[in-house]
Design a protein around this ligand. Structure first.
Ligand code: ATP
Length: 356
């Protein structure tokens, strides 16, 4: 029987609350499904850890995480610390150290959840974000700080290897979905170097995937298409910055930022992949037991699917949608007045009570 070792990192803000809830749901799925087991180890890394140890995670943190099969992550961010300390000290350290170059973000409107769009149609997308370079490469600098002649440079770094591997990943993913459609998003009219290389690589790779329908659109026009013609999109591939922005839009259009999951994948499996809800630390609602845990449940389903337990993942999603379609219990962001605990209990009961 397969035993999967999961490293759980709640992180900051509502992260620990939703990860705790997610582990309960994973346990319920493990019991109901049978055939595999899960072993969790929880790490208290994040901003509180930083105040005690002057670092977000131990120096040998990556070595500690390496033998795990997956990382189940909450959120990072704390108003008392600059984002580059929190983000670069934990989440990005793991993403970059484990070469998790494919950030995958599914978006669809769950049963019973209302999209802010008048005509969401068949809104069912996966956004594939390049997660290792591009606009977030960290290359750049500042000189003459504070003076009128100060200069600040953020350099976008696009490599042929980086572009090609993420685009191939997106083609392979599109090929496995019913619609087999892939849209390339760039801004090659204004960004004349890296983005043009993205276009050229896409044009060259297309020939290897004749079964995948392709098109391309500029990032500004992509926001219009997502809003007015959601049916026209299936899998979307874009750079680190563009896909970051588009995936928040996708989450909002699918009902609430509290429901959407994401995965930071090292597709070759050389390192563990990391799974997390797309929302952040939500400091405004921390400790109030109102955080929507559904994004973390969908994340759990995604993690199980990636581990090869797709049936158990689908079981979690059926239970989630049984609760959302019943309209209760739901947290305030989805128009309800239930707590995180109420929703967690309801989803666990739906898993345990399913008759097949
Ligand atoms: P960070 O800097 O960590 O990204 P943030 O506040 O900028 O934090 P989010 O944490 O994503 O960004 O929060 C954006 C808004 O969405 C906040 O009002 C927050 O309360 C709300 N929100 C985020 N996650 C959830 C959730 N799981 N349930 C309910 N509301 C949420």
């Amino acid at each position: 029987m397969a035993d999967y070792r999961i490293a759980a990192i709640g992180g900051d803000g509502i992260g620990p609350e939703v990860v705790r809830a997610g582990i309960e749901v994973l346990r319920a799925a493990e019991q109901r499904e049978g055939g595999f087991s899960l072993t969790f180890e929880t790490f208290p890394w994040g901003s509180d850890y930083y105040f005690e140890h002057s670092r977000m995670m131990p120096d040998d943190g990556l070595e500690t995480l390496k033998p795990f099969d997956a990382i189940y992550f909450g959120a990072v961010g704390d108003m008392r610390l600059p984002d580059d300390v929190t983000l670069w000290g934990l989440r990005l350290k793991i993403c970059q150290g484990f070469d998790q170059y494919a950030n995958v973000r599914p978006a669809r409107v769950l049963k019973g959840v209302t999209s802010p769009l008048r005509n969401p149609g068949n809104l069912d997308w996966v956004i594939v974000r390049e997660n290792s370079e591009g606009e977030y490469s960290g290359a750049g600098g500042r000189v003459h700080r504070g003076l009128p002649e100060e200069v600040a440079v953020d350099a976008s770094v696009f490599t042929r290897t980086g572009c090609e591997r993420i685009q191939r990943f997106a083609f392979e993913l599109a090929r496995k979905r019913p619609r087999k459609k892939l849209t390339l998003v760039t801004k090659s009219n204004a960004q004349r170097h890296g983005m043009v290389m993205w276009d050229e690589i896409f044009a060259a790779l297309k020939g290897d995937y004749p079964d995948v329908e392709t098109d391309k659109v500029l990032v500004d026009a992509a926001t219009v298409r997502m809003t007015l013609h959601p049916d026209s999109l299936d899998v979307i591939v874009a750079s680190n910055l563009h896909a970051d922005i588009l995936s928040d839009l996708a989450a909002a259009l699918s009902g609430s930022i509290g429901v959407a999951p994401t995965a930071n994948l090292n597709p070759e499996g050389r390192f563990p992949s990391m799974f997390e809800p797309i929302h952040g630390s939500a400091p405004d609602i921390v400790g109030k037991n109102v955080a929507n845990p559904i994004g973390t449940f969908w994340t759990a389903a995604f993690m199980l699917e990636s581990l090869g337990e797709a049936k158990a993942g689908a079981r979690i999603m059926r239970a989630v949608e049984r609760v959302t379609s019943a309209g209760s219990p739901l947290t305030p962001d989805l128009g309800g007045n239930a707590t995180t605990d109420d929703v967690t209990r309801a989803v666990c009961e739906a898993i345990a009570g399913e008759n097949e």
